[in-house]
Unconditional design. Structure first.
Length: 523
């Protein structure tokens, strides 16, 4: 496949991350590799403002290895940014010059607010939260980025100089191996609170319906909570409650460092800095009255990709598409779908859904309509593997890719509606939808009929049928009005093939009425 291969490097206070992506001519992209390596660039820095020589050595070595790896993918462009540890270091030019000379990387040192903006782009582009605003929290090694925004734009960006490594350097330089007493932990909390006082005042004036946490520290805290949670406090995967966080902090603080490294779920390399990082999250959740936090692996790297895409000619700006729309479009284009056919089937399927609802053939709402739309757009992606049994391949691809902005139930519904757009007619027992309840299985059965009819109405892939809708109904029959240009006999035969499926689901027959588009315009 042709396309431009770009490597994105995030040189953070704790780790260096590599993200290699192929940008395709149709503005989709393919992830080639993600890599992460701890370097502790900010180790010992934040008291005297100087990067240690050994920390610089580690960072340059990892970056050189990552550049070599990216070049094995025929990478033609490198975009590298450095964050808190580098931007605050008095000797940052030592690091930047060595990176330029030894790895040929021209690293851009970004401000805290720019870091927050990129984190927002990366996280918001992968989570669906509708019209409500959210609070975004990303705890790094040297700073914490805090954002309030919606799915399409942010309202507030802030970067505060508190981070897991910075706090660890400040409080535990001489007693890193010991347990943390309640008195010492309260001292850390008070320090964090003093650093966040202005930010917390601002947050209390802003409205947000949920909170989202990114970064390695928060992800690891959630993993520990998941692995050590008491049976009576069963929580939801991908969510960290404040109650669980308090239990994790109590457990970790009671242990010396070596025992802390063996706690189920912990990343041993974070054991020395995780209590400091947890204190930042603890204060933020308490002061802003957050009871739970949705966890996401997305972050600054993903924001770099979205920012890069937004600068490409012909790419729709970030705010014009929702997370779900971008995710579905990206998947479809990655699999090389026929977009004209996909959009025609989408339009026809939604016309059928809407007209059937007006006639009270079903009572489904916007959620089911949206799921039908995305299933209609993606129904043919299985042809990427093979046209033979492509409906089954579509189900497999949708079920197993990272479809951003959707929960597992919605992904299962989209996959199964796509699966049943041809061949086998679905029945409730035959639908493999483990996350879904009986009502959602029934919805798949109904929605797949609209997709089957819409697919039949564009059987030639020539958009001969311009509009279709149910206009009249009695106890035994539904009238399906079709407005077409040119001869559409193949399409009419296709609809005829779906009569039995329609009758099985709606207990009515279809009476076809076909009219010419030209005649409709004259009328």
């Amino acid at each position: 496949m042709t396309g431009r291969v770009v490597a994105f490097l995030d040189i953070g206070t704790n780790s260096v991350r590599l993200f290699v992506v192929r940008f395709n001519p149709n503005h989709s992209y393919t992830i080639l590799t993600r890599q992460k390596q701890q370097v502790r660039l900010g180790e010992g820095e934040f008291e005297d403002g100087v990067l240690l020589p050994e920390a610089i050595d580690r960072t340059v070595l990892v970056c050189r290895k990552f550049v070599d790896l990216a070049r094995t993918f025929s990478c033609g462009e490198f975009i590298a940014v450095a964050t808190s540890a580098t931007r605050e270091a008095a000797n940052r030019d030592d690091l930047l010059n060595r990176l330029r000379q030894e790895t040929q990387l021209d690293v851009r040192v970004i401000s805290g607010r720019e870091e927050a903006r990129l984190i927002y782009l990366g996280v918001a582009s992968g989570i669906h939260f509708g019209e409500q605003n959210a609070l975004f929290i990303d705890i790094g090694g040297g700073s914490t980025e805090i954002i309030v925004g919606g799915e399409k734009e942010y309202q507030y960006l802030e970067s505060v100089k508190v981070g897991a490594i910075r706090l660890t350097n400040h409080f535990f330089r001489d007693n890193l191996s010991d347990p943390v007493s309640p008195e010492s932990y309260k001292e850390i909390q008070q320090y964090v609170r003093s650093k966040l006082v202005y930010t917390i005042q601002k947050l209390k004036k802003l409205k947000f319906g949920r909170a989202i946490g990114s970064s390695g520290t928060i992800i690891n805290l959630a993993e520990i909570a998941s692995r050590t949670r008491f049976r009576s406090n069963s929580g939801q995967d991908g969510v960290l409650t404040r109650r669980d966080l308090k239990e994790v902090i109590s457990l970790l603080s009671s242990l010396p460092l070596e025992a802390r490294r063996r706690v189920p779920g912990i990343n041993p390399d974070r054991a020395d800095i995780i209590i400091a990082g947890a204190a930042i999250l603890d204060v933020l959740m308490k002061e802003t009255a957050i009871d739970s936090l949705t966890i996401t692996p997305r972050g600054l790297q993903d924001g770099l990709v979205i920012d890069y895409l937004s600068r490409m000619a012909g790419f729709s700006p970030f705010g014009e598409l929702s997370v779900r729309q971008r995710s579905v479009l990206q998947l479809g284009r990655s699999c090389g779908i026929n977009e004209t056919h996909a959009r025609t089937v989408c339009a026809l399927a939604l016309e059928l859904f809407d007209s059937a609802k007006r006639l009270k053939l079903h009572d489904y709402g916007e959620r089911e309509r949206e799921i039908l739309e995305y299933a209609a757009f993606l129904h043919d992606i299985g042809s990427f593997i093979s046209y033979t049994n492509h409906h089954s391949h579509s189900w497999y691809i949708i079920s197993n890719v990272e479809l951003l902005g959707f929960d597992q139930k919605e992904i299962a519904m989209i996959a199964n509606i796509s699966r049943f757009h041809r061949k086998k007619v679905p029945n409730l027992k035959g639908i493999d939808m483990a996350p879904c309840n009986e009502a959602e299985r029934q919805a798949v059965r109904v929605l797949s009929i609209f997709l089957r009819l819409a697919e039949s109405l564009d059987r030639s892939h020539a958009s001969y049928v311009r509009h279709a809708g149910f206009r009249k109904v009695d106890r035994d029959t539904v009238t399906l009005d079709v407005i077409a240009r040119n001869d559409c006999q193949l399409e009419l035969w296709g609809v005829d093939n779906e009569r039995k499926a329609f009758q099985r689901v709606f207990d009515r027959d279809i009476l076809l009425i076909v009219r010419s588009e030209d005649a409709e315009k004259k009328a």
